[in-house]
Ligand binder design. Structure first.
Ligand code: ZN
Length: 524
């Protein structure tokens, strides 16, 4: 019997929705594992997760999907490049090719190796022993090379230039998992342009901090006073709710490592951790996860399970968290409204603190060793270092054994500091042990996109600062809904940013915003 293109498309969508439901069951189990599962449940949970992953893989690689895709691709349904069927088919094809190109043995070997490598990484970090981790990193790098080589053969449906046939082909192919359409050479250009501006800016901020008596730990001492946990919880929930996080369609819980997970339409979960002597941890951590959560809550529910109902990329996702955490949440307009509230809630800690002193503290900059604790400005250098090193590991230019010395050298050159041990050096992140190569750059891409989106929102929304000063951000959220959230994966990240802001991704918006902020705060 002849299958019409329309029927084929509807079958594809139905299959995608079922896969989406399976993934959301796994996401809910993973959330539960982090928030409430008793430790005794871990073996059983592992079996549940493995079964769901197996079912998902089996259905997602069903050859029938390839046949249905071919039928729709040959029809008029996909004639308009940004129509719903065309965008869905483009991204479903991409996902299908990536899943089916990899030999089963390689997938299984990667799963087995990264699971063991993560355990070895935990032990190696605890002992600060790189030699213990090195053989495992060696194995992971070898497998990621094989993976990159397999995936590099896929023709690139989203770009005019076709598949990558160059020295970056492997890394390009791995980037696709996190930032579809991004190319190594393009990112290298963006990051280099950012680095040459950030290095002198950080030096200038450092000199101003010394002049103002705010260098080192004096700079954010205010934030380490006593902030009672119960009050932090109330305050941060009020702020989350005020910026638009919908607690009827989401929740906030406590975990060791904060995250956001979109379970599905109407159910977005974020987490945080509280420390009574670190005001910024929970507050900015929650604003960050709220930014991710607002994106999830703003995805079109009617497209759940299909690419049009999913976030464009990790970089775009991160742009939403950084926009609320940094562009809004560390700005003067935001605190003009919230600081008087904070002073009433945390009277003992803040009664002798001015708005200016508070703003200086939440924007404190100091080169540090640990990425996840880094400030808004130096953070990007941590990422650029990792971006350069992981390419060198993948290409073989950097032998695994020489990673610690290369790492330390780069920290010296760019941040002027040297790790005292590998635990606070090249062993600090979980990513490589988990096989996540190509993931790091999405953090800085997120910062670049965030500054560019915020600059555009400011120019389109007259009086945005005034609204923020009155504690109102609804117009900013609806701008983001319309510029970013509602599109799902209709456009590739680069195109999405270009359509939203009128220009391709460009780090100069981030540099300009940082420079202006620190000129105002510290009189550079
Ligand atoms: Zn994030």
């Amino acid at each position: 019997m002849l299958t019409t293109a329309q029927t084929a498309y509807e079958t594809l969508v139905a299959k995608a929705r079922e896969l989406g439901l399976l993934s959301s069951c796994s996401a809910l189990l993973a959330w539960d594992e982090q928030t409430s599962m008793p430790t005794g449940g871990s073996t059983h949970r592992g079996e549940q997760m493995a079964l769901l992953a197996g079912l998902h893989h089996e259905r997602a690689t069903d050859p029938k999907i390839g046949e249905l895709l071919s039928i729709v691709e040959a029809s008029d349904l996909v004639a308009q490049a940004d129509s719903a069927p065309a965008a869905n088919v483009r991204e479903l094809r991409r996902a299908f090719e990536r899943r089916t190109r990899l030999p089963r043995e390689l997938v299984e070997e990667l799963a087995r190796t990264t699971s063991l490598a993560q355990q070895e990484w935990i032990a190696a970090r605890r002992e600060s022993s790189f030699p213990r981790f090195a053989p495992w990193l060696e194995k992971v790098v070898r497998l990621k090379r094989q993976e990159g080589d397999c995936l590099a053969t896929i023709p690139d449906s989203g770009s005019q230039t076709g598949g990558s046939h160059n020295e970056n082909a492997r890394y390009d192919a791995l980037l696709e998992d996190y930032e579809p359409g991004a190319k190594t050479a393009e990112l290298a250009g963006l990051f280099q342009a950012l680095k040459v501006e950030l290095v002198p800016l950080i030096r200038q901020i450092g000199e101003a901090s010394v002049r103002l008596g705010r260098a080192g730990s004096a700079g954010d001492q205010i934030l380490r006073r006593t902030y009672p946990l119960e009050r932090q919880k109330v305050f941060v929930e009020a702020a989350a709710s005020a910026v638009g996080f919908d607690f009827e369609r989401g929740r906030l819980d406590v975990t060791a490592h904060p995250f956001c997970t979109g379970i599905g339409p109407g159910d977005t979960r974020i987490t945080t951790r509280y420390d009574q002597h670190q005001f910024g941890d929970a507050f900015f951590g929650v604003l960050h996860e709220v930014g991710h959560g607002l994106y999830e809550q703003g995805l079109p529910a009617e497209h759940f399970g299909t690419p049009l109902g999913e976030a464009a990329s990790l970089g775009v996702h991160e742009s939403q968290s950084r926009l609320w955490e940094n562009a809004v949440g560390r700005g003067r307009p935001f605190w003009s409204y919230w600081f008087p509230v904070a002073r009433r809630v945390f009277y003992e800690a803040l009664r002798d603190v001015s708005l200016d002193a508070f703003l200086a503290a939440v924007n404190h900059v100091t080169p540090s060793l640990i990425r996840v604790q880094a400030d808004e400005v130096t953070y990007n250098l941590h990422i650029i270092i990792r971006f350069e090193l992981e390419q060198a590991l993948l290409s073989g230019d950097l032998p695994v054994g020489e990673l610690p010395s290369a790492w330390n050298q780069k920290y010296g050159e760019t941040l002027g500091i040297a790790p005292g041990s590998d635990a606070v050096g090249c062993l600090q992140d979980i990513h490589w042990s988990a096989g996540l190569v190509g993931y790091f750059p999405t953090y800085t891409l997120g910062n670049i996109y965030a500054a560019q989106l915020f600059a555009r929102a400011k120019s389109e929304l007259e009086g945005l600062d005034g609204s923020l000063e009155r504690g109102q951000s609804a117009e900013l959220l609806s701008w983001l809904r319309s510029a970013v959230h509602r599109h799902g994966q209709c456009y590739r990240p680069r195109t999405l940013i270009e359509r939203a802001t009128g220009a391709p991704p460009d780090p100069s918006y981030l540099v300009a915003a940082l420079r202006q902020k620190y000129e105002e705060l510290f009189g550079l």
